[in-house]
Ligand binder design. Structure first.
Ligand SMILES: Cc1ncc(COP(=O)(O)O)c(C=O)c1O
Length: 390
């Protein structure tokens, strides 16, 4: 089946966080990370069958759920998990929070590489821990890990956990096997458990390869916990489902306890059906999506080269979140976010949402039909023209 990602689908009036939150209905939202595309037809069909049953009681998670994940990761990413390594919960953020609770005590430090996904900060703080930031190095429109800095920080005995974003939101990096191996070496030597958030793992541009952190070596698998979900790549974040993978029975017992304490041990029937359908039958849709996203990124690069040469884009290796350098404006990112909404009806995310290291940047969610992306770029350009002349 061929999918039409150019179709402009009206999402207003569907209680969409992205589309129904702005006071002004003419605002074009390129902020929160979901896509303006319909998901794969097999997922829609599976959900329709489940809805037709008409009874939506508590859900038992069947073997088919675990098996679909195992098959997908073995086939697409060369990592074979075992059924007994896996737990489930109601999303990757609840997963991260439970894992932090399980592996730390209040007052401990959790290492992150900034700028990074905003909920990392809240999950750490909500568990009474402190954020230990190792800023990524920004150079030549891309980011790399600062291994010396990581080494120093990981050596602090109060650092118990490192939250890794692989691929990285918002830096757009798909970490290479070598980078992960160097990071793994640091974490293992200092007894820091790596918690890999791999929710963006399918969203990888041509020429780059996602490597599951736990697949690099047996030691890294044993010293880590992986949190994953098909919801980001198949555009079904509202269905709230995630898996947590650890080969360590004691770690799993502690995480299971934390999931229960946090009361996130129940999932809804739709997340289960959607996961199985996406992994078992959704690949053709995903491959077409990836082509389309690459086309959008190329389109944006061409547009920016021609019309916005002072606003460099960070190279996008993975995710659909483009990180634009807006330092030339000399405006705080948050002010720029507000002014773009108020003056140009364009909603982007301020870089500082991802920590102080994001100051001067804006995040663009380009997972929308190309015509809409073009319109948002024009709104941005018009905003700049008005600002220059006022
Ligand atoms: C890195 C990362 N982790 C987790 C999430 C959200 O996961 P969930 O909706 O399953 O809680 C996002 C959403 O953008 C994300 O970018």
């Amino acid at each position: 089946m061929t999918y039409d990602f150019n179709e402009l689908i009206n999402r207003r009036g569907t209680n969409s966080l992205k589309w129904d939150s702005a006071a002004d209905p003419d605002v074009l939202p390129l902020w929160v990370a979901d896509m303006d595309f319909r998901t794969a037809q097999p997922v829609i069909d599976a959900l329709r069958r489940r809805v037709e049953h008409g009874i939506f009681g508590y859900t038992h998670v069947p073997d088919a759920f675990y098996e679909s994940i195992i098959r997908w990761f073995a086939r697409r990413h060369g990592w074979t998990m075992r059924r007994e390594w896996m737990l489930y919960t109601s999303g990757v953020v609840p997963a991260l929070s439970a894992v932090i609770k399980a592996l730390t005590a209040p007052g401990d430090k959790v290492l992150v590489q900034t700028p990074v996904y905003n909920c990392f900060f809240s999950s750490i703080r909500n568990n009474g821990c402190t954020v230990e930031e190792s800023p990524l190095i920004y150079e030549n429109q891309t980011y790399r890990m600062d291994f010396d800095d990581l080494e120093r920080r990981a050596a602090d005995p109060r650092v118990k956990v490192m939250l890794l974003c692989n691929p990285h939101n918002p830096a757009g990096r798909v970490w290479t096997r070598d980078e992960l191996a160097r990071l793994g070496d640091i974490c293992l030597r200092h007894g820091v458990t790596a918690v890999a958030d791999e929710i963006h793992c399918e969203l990888v541009m041509p020429g780059h390869t996602y490597t599951p952190y736990a697949s690099v070596s047996e030691a890294m698998r044993h010293g880590s916990v992986t949190c994953l979900s098909p919801t980001k790549s198949f555009n079904m974040a509202g269905l709230q489902i995630a898996a947590i993978v650890s080969d360590d029975a004691d770690v799993r017992r502690r995480i299971d306890r934390a999931i229960n304490i946090n009361e996130v041990c129940d999932v809804n029937p739709f997340g289960i059906e959607a996961t199985i359908a996406a992994y078992d039958e959704g690949e053709p849709w995903l491959l077409q999506l990836l082509d389309y996203l690459k086309g959008n990124y190329d389109f944006m690069c061409d547009y920016c080269r021609e019309h916005l040469p002072e606003f460099p884009l960070t190279e996008l290796e993975g995710t659909y979140l483009v990180w634009m350098d807006c330092h030339v404006l000399g405006l705080p990112s948050e002010e720029l976010e507000e002014r773009l909404v108020d003056e140009s009806r364009l909603w982007l995310n301020a870089g500082t949402m991802y920590g102080a290291a994001g100051e001067g940047f804006m995040r663009w969610n380009i997972a929308c039909p190309r015509a809409r992306l073009a319109e948002t770029l024009e709104r941005f350009t018009e905003f700049l023209n008005r600002t220059k002349h006022s």
